[in-house]
Design a protein around this ligand. Structure first.
Ligand SMILES: O=C(O)CCC(=O)C(=O)O
Length: 279
């Protein structure tokens, strides 16, 4: 992996050429690292080439043919698959720069390669009525059991979600810090339901096929509206720091526990919660 912070703009294909995917090693820019620390997510353009997107969409077509949702279904359908059963999904991380880009946030060699992928579909016309976020893995947890926490969500847009209400993920920027503050106050064992924090205005995550979302585990999110003409498709991976399973309590209370490079970035700016804007 190259140096963590690029002083020059991230290496990307020429503007206007969204079909090409650069073979130049991608390095997250300082701006992208800051955005992740502040808002809890970034969208990186042009990570997956068109032929791989076509192959994944064919695999999703097959999944739907094998187990279609009920006739007239409106709303989300989530399917989880083992990568050993559906190896083409693993190519999103293995045959692109996606995994290395994720490790630029968590540290080189820091992440376990996941065993499962999630296909997230939203059948239109759908309006999510909850208008509230969640974080995964705590709801219904029995005290004493470990929650299903992880480090970072990697999402791949298989359909165009570059405008609002096309099935875009809803996120509440900055709530990764608020959730960690709340777990510091109440203790990680309090994670038996979705924590409630004061909510900022929500964002709809926008991206095109080929782009990748990296989202902090603690960032509040939810499935969103799809009032477009077509079914929204996203593929997610839940990435875990190698030490996360033993350290989930620490990771719930410290948003940077699993993110050594970001910890270094924050401490070099003399901040523990906010990066120096001049960095
Ligand atoms: O529909 C989506 O993209 C959201 C998925 C989600 O919230 C989850 O799997 O935890």
């Amino acid at each position: 992996m190259a140096d963590l912070v690029a002083d020059t703009p991230e290496a990307t294909p020429k503007s206007g050429d969204r079909q090409a995917v650069s073979s130049v090693e991608r390095v997250l820019t300082r701006e992208q690292l800051e955005e992740f620390t502040e808002r809890g997510y970034i969208v990186i353009p042009d990570v997956v080439p068109p032929d791989l997107i076509a192959a994944i969409n064919a695999a999703i077509d097959e999944q739907i043919r094998a187990r279609p949702p009920a006739e007239g279904h409106v709303g989300v359908v989530y399917r989880f698959q083992q990568l050993t059963d559906s190896p083409v999904f693993a190519s999103l991380l293995r045959d692109t720069e996606a995994f290395s880009l994720a490790e630029q946030l968590a540290g080189e060699g820091a992440l376990d390669f996941p065993e499962t992928a999630q296909t997230a579909l939203t059948y239109p016309p759908f309006k999510d009525a909850r208008e509230n976020p969640h974080i995964d893995g705590g709801k219904g947890r029995k005290p004493g059991d470990p929650p299903w926490t992880f480090t970072m969500l990697a999402g791949f847009f298989m359909t165009d979600q570059s405008s609002d209400d096309t099935g875009n993920l809803f996120v509440w920027p900055g709530t990764h810090r608020d959730h960690a503050n709340l777990f510091r106050e109440r203790g990680p064992e309090a994670f038996t339901t979705y924590p409630r924090v004061t909510l900022p205005e929500r964002d709809q995550v926008r991206g095109c096929p080929g782009d990748m979302l990296l989202k902090h585990y603690l960032l509040g999110h939810n499935g969103g509206h799809n009032t477009s003409d077509s079914v929204r498709r996203t593929v997610y991976f839940r990435l875990r720091h190698r030490e996360h399973e033993a350290k989930w309590r620490e990771a719930l209370q410290d948003p940077w526990h699993d993110y050594a490079p970001l910890r270094r970035l924050l401490s070099s700016s003399g901040e523990t919660g906010q990066p120096d804007r001049q960095l």
